[in-house]
Design a protein around this ligand. Structure first.
Ligand code: FMN
Length: 198
């Protein structure tokens, strides 16, 4: 799979096979994140990888959004819940001044995409999740006070194949009668400008 294929074929996956994700697969993803671009090269982002059954259940209890919808609305059946997570952390001591948070969030986004794409190359599907309960997750995962959780990435071997569509009016994702998720994307000509805006 080349980079263009990975970037264009990737869709967020919210239903996963009942198959464990080996630690080495996750380690390779995090190694790619380690080498992602970083504002001023401050490298304030750290990671917890989760693949133990008990910890998976704890994280699942503390996420929300489409990843937790009932199965008829596109969420996972109990056996299709994520089989791994990457918890993306911000080391506030390294970050220093809180005004650097804007730069930090670019680091988080760029590192997250490396994780997602290197996961995809190894057969994993992923879904970035911003709807999580940080107050519960921090003590449950023994995360020290001087860290914030920036993002949770749900991962596992896909048990769904979402379809990409050209957006017409709505940008809302929907699940059809056969359980297939449809993801409208804006046309290239509508978002790309050549040399000047108009
Ligand atoms: C910053 C960010 C936060 C997101 N948070 C959630 C979330 O909490 N729950 C969820 O199910 N999906 C979440 N997503 C996934 C988006 O819904 C998804 O990327 C979008 O619908 C486009 O679909 P695609 O990723 O398949 O292209 C998030 C994506 C991003 C970039």
């Amino acid at each position: 799979m080349n980079v263009y294929e990975a970037a264009t074929k990737r869709r967020s996956i919210r239903r996963f096979q009942d198959k464990p994700v080996p630690y080495e697969v996750l380690e390779k993803c995090i190694d790619a994140a380690r080498l992602a671009p970083s504002g001023r090269n401050h490298q304030v982002v750290e990671y917890i990888v989760v693949n133990e059954t008990k910890v998976l259940a704890t994280v699942f209890e503390n996420i929300g959004g489409s990843a937790k919808l009932p199965p008829e609305k596109g969420g996972p059946r109990p056996d299709q819940s994520p089989k791994a997570y990457t918890i993306v952390l911000i080391n506030k001591a390294l970050e220093g001044d809180a005004s650097r948070r804007r730069i930090t969030l670019y680091d988080v986004g760029l590192a997250a995409e490396n994780i997602i794409l290197v996961g995809l190359e190894q057969g994993l599907g992923s879904c970035p999740i911003l709807m999580f309960n940080e107050a519960n997750l921090k003590p449950a995962l023994k995360i020290p006070e001087e860290y914030d959780i920036a993002l949770v990435i749900a991962m596992g071997y896909p048990d769904e194949a979402p379809v990409t569509e050209t957006a017409t009016t709505s940008l809302d994702i929907y699940v059809d009668g056969k359980g297939v998720r449809h993801v409208p994307k804006r046309k290239l000509a509508d978002i790309m400008h050549s040399n000047r805006f108009a």
